[in-house]
Ligand binder design. Structure first.
Ligand code: NDP
Ligand code: MN
Length: 389
């Protein structure tokens, strides 16, 4: 059966947080966030006030770290069991939103273990105790509309993308005032994460007539606005916030590909932010996949006005334009240029390739891949060589 699932409501625009006053009939809200960015900017307090004005008792859970761990998830679930919220509100980047989603599962099902829900589409029925509201502060992961939660097992340095439409939030709030406080590097990395979502979704095996227009619109809006957003243009920041969400709607349903499989397995080992990994990997992955879906990439290139008369030329233009975008965003093109030493790379490349093949995102990649080819793609992303096999 084919299925397309999105949150029930999306509030958007400047000051959209205020719309949470519409949440009626709830008693207790747990408000979760990352480190200090949302408090410093006053958005945490503002959200707390709006929830209180809607008649709710509010408890804060702060300090969710970037790339959240299994331990943090269990700590949060225990705090939820103690407080018994009927609304869970996560405000912040992908990390606090993802952690809160996984906490929600273990709040509702305390007897479940991480292994029980690790495989895609194995989650129990949620919303027995609480609904979920997500307020993104970065413009990249789109966790506010997706069926994913990425949790890191630091004992093995593996990132697990948990996946199930059960954890698609009920309400997403895209308050375009919030991403205005992002520093430049975060804007660049999260923006390239969003572009990777849209491009991978457009060629993924689970793509559909529902996901294609969302992915394509996201790609063209990201090409239009990411550089201006990076340079601090307020309107472009707002446009990026919406565009990354469109990309999220697409990939939550169309799924992703091996740029994400490799990003999930290299991020923790090489200590490089998720979006930056994707930015490095995307050109090599397009080259690898173009053997089977050149025409889809050519459609993208044509839609954004890149030069070329044959599909091959158009795909080359797409790859070149991504490299040029990385450069303008201050992102080095290879893992090597991002400070990964040859020793570190060689010590991990086999394991990473093996784990990346097993990542759930590999299943929806347009071209099949084995460990040997995964290793070759990763090596090209390390050295900057073109993928020609
Ligand atoms: P994070 O949530 O990890 O946040 C990174 C840093 O940015 C933190 O230090 C945070 O500070 C800071 N920050 C966040 N928002 C702002 C802001 N508006 N102004 C200033 N600083 C800010 O970043 P991402 O959003 O990139 O999330 C990455 C995570 O999401 C990864 O774990 C990745 O694997 C996952 N992911 C999830 C997907 C999904 O579908 N669920 C898809 C793609 C990636 P502070 O902690 O102080 O708030
Ligand atoms: Mn991503």
């Amino acid at each position: 059966m084919a299925r397309f699932t999105l949150p029930r409501d999306i509030y958007y625009g400047p000051g959209a947080i205020n719309e949470l006053k519409n949440l009626k009939g709830h008693k207790k809200a747990m408000l979760l966030t990352g480190g200090s960015s949302m408090k410093k900017a006053g958005f945490l307090q503002k959200t707390e006030e709006v929830l209180k004005s809607a008649g709710m008792e509010v408890q804060l859970f702060e300090g969710i770290e970037p790339d959240p761990s299994i331990e943090t998830v269990f700590r949060g679930a225990a705090a939820m069991r103690e407080f018994q919220p009927d609304v869970i509100v996560a405000i912040g980047g992908g990390s606090p939103m993802d952690a809160a989603k996984a906490m929600w599962v273990f709040y509702e099902y305390p007897e479940k273990t991480f292994d029980d829900i690790k495989d895609p589409f194995t989650m129990p029925k949620l919303r027995q105790k609480a609904i979920f509201v997500a307020i993104p502060s970065t413009s990249g992961t789109a966790s506010e509309v997706t069926a994913f939660s990425v949790i890191t097992d630091y004992s093995t340095n593996i990132k697990y993308p948990l996946a199930d439409f059960e954890i698609t939030p009920d309400i997403a709030v895209l308050d375009t005032d919030i991403p205005l406080t992002m520093p430049k590097t975060l804007t660049a990395h999260t923006g390239m994460d969003a572009l990777t979502h849209a491009i991978e979704a457009y060629v993924a095996t689970a793509r559909s007539d529902f996901s294609d227009p969302l992915a394509m619109k996201a790609i063209s809006d990201i090409y239009d606005s990411l550089l201006d957003s990076y340079h601090g243009d307020v309107e472009a920041r707002g446009k990026m916030h919406i565009a990354q969400c469109l990309a999220g709607m697409a990939f939550s349903n169309a799924l992703l590909g091996i740029a994400h499989s490799l990003a999930h397995k290299t991020g923790a080992v090489f200590e490089i932010p998720h979006g930056c990994c994707n930015a490095i990997l995307l050109p090599a992955v397009i080259q690898y996949n173009s053997k089977v879906c050149m025409e889809r990439y050519a459609q993208i290139a044509r839609a954004i006005g890149l030069p070329g008369s044959t599909d091959k030329q158009l795909v080359n233009s797409l790859v070149d334009s991504i490299k040029a975008m990385n450069k303008k965003l201050g992102i080095a093109q290879t893992y090597q240029e991002n400070g990964v030493s040859e020793e570190l790379f060689n010590a991990n490349v086999d394991k990473i390739a093996e784990n990346a093949v097993k990542d759930p995102c590999t299943g929806s990649n347009p071209r099949a891949i084995d460990v040997e080819n995964m290793k070759k793609v990763l090596t090209c992303a390390f050295t900057g060589e073109d993928v020609t096999f």
